[in-house]
Write a protein that binds this ligand. Sequence first.
Ligand SMILES: CC1=C(CCC(=O)O)c2cc3nc(cc4[nH]c(cc5[nH]c(cc1n2)c(C)c5CCC(=O)O)c(CCC(=O)O)c4C)C(CCC(=O)O)=C3C
Ligand SMILES: [Fe+2]
Length: 375
Amino acid sequence: MPDALDATPYDALLLLSFGGPEGPDDVVPFLENVTRGRGIPKERLKEVGQHYFLFGGVSPINDQNRALLDALSKDFADHGLDLPVYWGNRNWAPYLTDTLREMVRDGRRRILVLATSAYASYSGCRQYRENLADALATLEAEGLELPRIDKLRHYFNHPGFVEPMIDGVLRSLADLPDAVRAGAHIAFTTHSVPTAAADASGPAERHGDGGAYVEQHLDVARLIADAVRERTGVGHPWQLVYQSRSGAPHIPWLEPDICDHLQEQHAAGVPAVVMAPIGFVSDHMEVLYDLDTEADAKAAELGLPVRRSATVGADPRFAAAIRELVLERSSIERGQDVTPCVLGALGPSHDVCPVGCCPARAPRPAAAGADSPYA
Ligand SMILES: CC1=C(CCC(=O)O)c2cc3nc(cc4[nH]c(cc5[nH]c(cc1n2)c(C)c5CCC(=O)O)c(CCC(=O)O)c4C)C(CCC(=O)O)=C3C
Ligand SMILES: [Fe+2]
């Protein structure tokens, strides 16, 4: 047995995710949960419902999270880290509030949260923190003693997140026909968000011109493109592009969309494209529909060879990265010196979201940050 690792003061890890439907009857109530109060046009909702029905009403995200939980349990056990791992979602069972209640009943007092979103943004960070605050408010109203909740720093630039994606892009390039491989363009994709949300992402000093959201994605894209050049000797041209736009058409969102981008690349004579969904932690519906279905169809129509590279999912290197991040944060909370493990130009992200980080359109209480109303 390895020496036991020390996660004190934490007594549990909470995997916090989006949630997704597990059958046709779940689709509409799931979409209602997601879009409550968010002003998404009815037409868009109908269309997104169809994406789920095309896959039997089942989002792959829950099985992805189950696989990640298994990978985390295995990694923690193999390394002598005795820390229970729980799972709760924003939009579908197991619901965050129910999981948090169970954790309190199990006596957990200091909880560290791993969200399945690697980057700063309202949708990828503060909204999860708002959900944590809502859950705490519910437990408080039930008379339960509230645990203290912290959130792990953004892990977009952790080697355990980036390296599996480098391998994925290399595999996709290798999988392209020989004749088009050297000329292939890499389209790094992430979820589009309103440009106003991107501009206000991250701490106040990063606001403006795409904010921390765009800056962090560009950092990861550059890391992957550089690593690919080092390993293949070919400097593939690349661009950060967007997918899964929603919202009303008159509100500006980040562009270009991947499908328009494929068309432009094709028109410019690019012989092949690797689509690398760096904005997503696993192959969930955005990847299976928006890339593997819609963008693939667009490419087929153009006669453009494309490949889609893997997300990290339950890669053991990602599980190991989470262990390292847990131990790093535990040491910091104990007042010890640590050297954060990080790649790229931006350095490690903050441990605690400062006041004004990824502000909401309408301010609401958010936990696990400097502006948390909870301890
Ligand atoms: C930045 C970002 C991430 C990445 C970070 C993270 O992972 O959290 C993400 C992930 C996800 N988004 C998901 C699903 C949906 N997102 C929607 C709507 C929206 N997403 C937004 C942003 C993001 N979303 C935004 C700005 C909206 C507009 C409405 C609003 O401002 O809230 C809608 C409504 C319909 C639509 O309009 O598409 C659905 C169904 C699923 C589950 C997939 C599955 O089931 O497998 C996942 C992982
Ligand atoms: Fe989304």
